[in-house]
Write a protein that binds this ligand. Sequence first.
Ligand code: F6P
Length: 355
Amino acid sequence: MHIGILTGGGDCPGLNAVVRAVTLNLLKHTRARITGIEKGFYGLIARKVRPLTEASVTQILHEGGSILGAHNSANPFRWSGAQGADVSGEVIAFARELGLDALVVIGGDGTMAIANRIHQMGLPVVGVPKTIDNDLMHTERTFGFDSAVAVVADSLQRLETTARSHDRVMILETMGRYAGWIALEGGIAGGAHAIVLPELPYDPETLANLCRQRQHDEGYTLICIAEGAKPKGGDMVIKEHLAHSPDPIRLGGVGDALRLQLQQRLDCEVRSMQLGHLQRGGSPTAFDCVLSTQFGWWAAEMVKQQAFGRMVVLQNNQCSSVPLNEVAGKIRHVPLDHPLVRTARSIGVSFGAEL
Ligand code: F6P
């Protein structure tokens, strides 16, 4: 048996732990040969592969990033290196040339959409859910999420002492393009007073009222906002800014836009910061090391059982799997009646608009 492994999309803490678990499980219990595909599907397009051995994976459990590398836009169905051409036929041909019996694809919704089509073209695939955003369908957790939440929580704690000392409103912008899971859990863990999610367009007036009250009572305010959050009324932020200032400054993200909106309404200082890739870099937390190892083990078991065309999921804290086409290209949003939203509201956290 000859199995290929690739890590698609952006990097994420825990990727190497999955690669390690899949490789060690298969090498220890089967006669499989394992090939690492470099930089996601790019490696199958550009023919960049290398063998994975016990020696090459034993020490990578805690290593951040991906030892196989990452390539954000290596889509064989729309390959930018060939002006958007469909090179999927060449990818399948190369996989056949290598003698691959199956491919373990570790990635997010976009990667799973590609994996699903590759599987339908005849190359058997097992998917493993990866994203710090935790927004893949049918799985309670993706690895990398816990590591990102830990960074957000730590950052909010650090911002609290400086916000309190200077009587400031501090805004922390987290990752989370489409879903607000990182902002929600990171915000709760870090003690934010307001959490702004992509799932609920925020009202700057509501947030300004919260800040006014808090600045009066406690002297400082912490706001945690997901990068995909939007104000009610869309591009109103820019228009509002330009109405107050002729300076067409470039906004640094939604956190920065919110800073301008609040600054126009408040007489205290408002600062914002974008946490960016700090949430994605570095080693996985212990939780993510365990989850990644479980996911890798389960993916290897699926290869042995030839349970192809499916992605590993965590449901009721147990590994199982669902068909790839049920997760491909789909997003799991934060439901506004989620128990964590209710928990946060019950202790006075604002979500920036009426729920
Ligand atoms: O999907 C994971 C993610 O970390 C998002 O939260 C974020 O918007 C995006 O990747 C950033 O990707 P890039 O590194 O390509 O800018």
